[in-house]
Design a protein around this ligand. Structure first.
Ligand code: SAH
Length: 414
């Protein structure tokens, strides 16, 4: 967006004090509508020609192409690099009925995927853009739901969203989970709190028959990392009969990868996390599942640096994002290479390494190159045997590559 346009948008708008459908109409620059016609839900600031009429930050606006063709309606925030996020392709009101309909749609998709089921009661009900609700995440843990909003427009409509969650699931507890830096960027306040129902810190839930307790009020993300479910299950399958298997789960959080291996019969499971709270959870989860897991509070790099070389048959590394922004890419690449080289050194001959990156800025191809470079550094032969990503309860529009972040490589180590 040129400076002039950005100023135009901001000066025409304050911050809305309430949830309003405005008469404002955002007009795109010529030639900028194409991704939106293909299902991309975001309008970047440099695609906006002008705002016709009035709209304040947090209002609903209509979006039209340069010739005035209606594209949809969405949330407006001129302070954002993404001033419009589309909520609908119809000319409809964004009201209580709208949120209920969207959540019911999201539930229909999960039902199609057999979520929840008797073995798995922890899943994502709403995955933001993938469920036509940019800026909203709803994670379900057993009989509780954790809601996170990341845009001012949805923050202004929180009560309608909680109502819709209640209408869809009738949960015993609804939590709001704070959006951290998104709230600052967008201009709203959010905190971790119980917004409806019974106040409790821990919520029991199941994943693939294993017992967990999510902690939406004090945990990381919304309480659990649900995106990794299929990869945890697959790692459990690849632990085979587990007999004699020595497993190392780095960046373990709730310990799900390690618990899968323990259930497969691994003779030794070590789970490493730098967070004392995560270590306490891992120990509790191991006890709840009758598993023996050695939970170690340590920095994963330090742990791997002092680990005995070639001493594990299954190693998982699932670190937090190394590349927060494009400018971090070089440092992040070095970090991933070093981490993977250390993990490969810890692998016995014939071991499997399950290596993950959740940096959106690191592409799938970048990540493969990183693993190749790590093999060179560690002087180990590496072959990719499988690839993984988030589960189907994290759907995405195909045109929305910005939503792709999680890459998992299952690597056979010679
Ligand atoms: N594998 C986990 C999710 C991992 S999320 C699962 O399946 O649930 C990333 C984890 O890395 C968090 O639990 C965080 O506490 C931990 N972490 C962050 N920095 C770390 C470090 N330097 N060393 C070890 N763990 C770290």
């Amino acid at each position: 967006m040129s400076r002039k346009r950005a100023t135009n948008l901001v000066s025409s708008s304050g911050i809305s004090a309430q949830a309003r459908d405005s008469s404002g109409r955002v007009v795109l620059c010529r030639g900028k509508a194409r991704p939106l016609w293909f299902g991309h839900p975001w309008v970047y600031a440099n695609a906006v020609d002008r705002l016709d009429g009035e709209a304040a930050a947090g209002d609903i606006v209509s979006l039209v192409d340069h010739d005035g063709h209606f594209i949809g309606r969405g949330i407006f925030n001129p302070r954002s690099q993404i001033p419009v996020r589309l909520l609908t392709r119809k000319d409809e009101a964004i009201d209580a009925a709208f949120f209920i309909a969207r959540l019911r749609d999201a539930q229909t998709l999960r039902t199609r995927l057999k979520l929840p089921n008797p073995d798995t009661t922890a899943y994502r009900l709403v995955n933001s853009e993938g469920d036509g609700l940019p800026g909203l995440v709803v994670d379900v843990f057993g009989d509780a739901a954790a809601v996170q909003v990341t845009t001012l427009g949805l923050a202004l409509r929180r009560e309608a969203i909680f109502d819709a969650v209640e209408a869809t699931l009738s949960p015993r507890t609804i939590y709001e989970v704070a959006a951290g830096r998104y709230a600052d960027l967008e201009g709203f306040v959010a905190q971790n709190r119980v917004v409806r129902g019974e106040a409790r810190n821990l919520v029991p839930c199941l994943e693939d028959g294993l017992h967990f307790e999510a902690e939406p009020l004090v945990g990381q993300k919304t309480g659990m990392f649900l995106d990794q479910r299929p990869n945890r299950i697959r790692a459990g399958q690849l632990a085979g009969s587990g007999k004699g298997l020595r497993m190392l789960d780095c960046y373990a959080y709730a310990g799900g990868f390690g618990l899968q291996a323990a259930r497969a019969g691994a003779s030794e499971v070590t789970a490493v996390d730098s967070s004392p709270r995560a270590v306490a959870r891992i120990e509790a989860h191991a006890a709840a599942n009758g598993a023996t897991v050695r939970a170690v509070e340590a920095d994963a790099f330090r742990f791997l640096e002092t680990a005995t070389p070639m001493s594990y048959d299954l190693v998982v590394v699932d670190p937090p994002k190394f590349a927060r922004a494009r400018k971090d890419l070089e440092a992040a690449t070095k970090g991933y290479e070093r981490l993977n080289a250390l993990a490969l050194t810890a692998c016995a001959s014939g071991a499997l390494l399950v290596t993950c990156s959740c940096s959106q800025n690191v592409s799938a191809q970048d990540f493969e190159r990183i693993v190749a470079a790590a093999g060179k550094q560690a002087h180990r032969e590496v072959r990719i045997v499988e690839t993984g990503g988030p589960g189907g309860d994290h759907p995405l529009p195909p045109a929305f590559s910005e939503g792709q972040y999680l890459k998992v490589l299952f690597v056979y180590v010679g």
